[in-house]
Design a protein around this ligand. Sequence first.
Ligand code: FAD
Length: 299
Amino acid sequence: LNPPLYADLPGDVAVSFEFFPPKSEAMEATLWQSVETLAPLAPRFVSVTYGAGGSTRERTHATVARIAGETAIPAAAHLTCVNASRDEIDAIADGYWQAGVRHIVALRGDPPVAGGRFEARADGYASAAELVAGLKRLHDFEISVSAYPEVHPEAGSLAADLDAFKAKLDAGASRAITQFFFEPETFFRFRDAVAAAGISAEVVPGILPVSNFAQLQRMAVPCATNVPKWMAHLFAGLDDKPAARQLVAATVAAELCRRLYAGGVRHFHFYTLNRAELAYAICHMLGVRPSAPALEVAA
Ligand code: FAD
């Protein structure tokens, strides 16, 4: 595939941004600056994660409700099955509906202990597919789910993973957002396998702009995401050069998006880690520009 020149990218793409609920006032200020920076790019939606083990129930709700209340961007709340009964999860979801939130990213989730295995509670939802069905029974939510181009570590095979994906769609989900990955071919192979399995739902690539390579290596292990050698080479020697790292990070992620674009991708979901600069720069390179006039600068 011959990727177009950046200058030729017309910006005919949709974007969405993922945030996590802030833990402190300082982090909250950073998050809101990021939301304000990215909002003029008119994202299709922004989503807010749910901490491992359901540990951020209130903070996720507060963040999603604030985005829904104070911005025009459609807000999506992540929700998992961990550490809660079906009734408790239904009550959380109902709270979202009452707050005007219509989009849920429905996940099974992981236990709070790193490396621990998910154990379904007798009174809980046992999988993301069950959660999707439960949410749909409650209200007509728009539901996104996860998908794994490099296969979920607990899945016995790609076929088993695709069966699980299908079950989530059959239960009422309408799109998947993928785990992060770094080679466009990884996504294209997965997209082909999805189509071959008879699945026509939208699969949106999750893009993680990486500026901290050591942190990435830690994050990639539990997800079984392949970190290519060329990335280690590109980030080598930049540990104490944050500005250079940011430039490399933007280039790596923009290149991935440009090559995905050449393969027909028109929606990119960015894992922002609550920082706007990289996602903004990559969107800009993709031709995505503010839809409203920039704020006027006081004379
Ligand atoms: P499922 O779709 O239910 O299962 C995932 C895969 O595991 C299936 O494809 C299946 O092959 C396999 N599997 C599951 N159960 C079994 C079983 N019993 N036996 C055999 N195979 C099995 N986590 C959070 O805690 N909070 C978040 O906000 C969050 N957001 C995420 C957003 C995205 C876009 C993605 C990709 C992941 C996110 N996660 C989040 C991580 C997710 O919770 C974990 O990957 C979790 O391990 C699986 O959840 P799931 O919804 O993909 O599960």
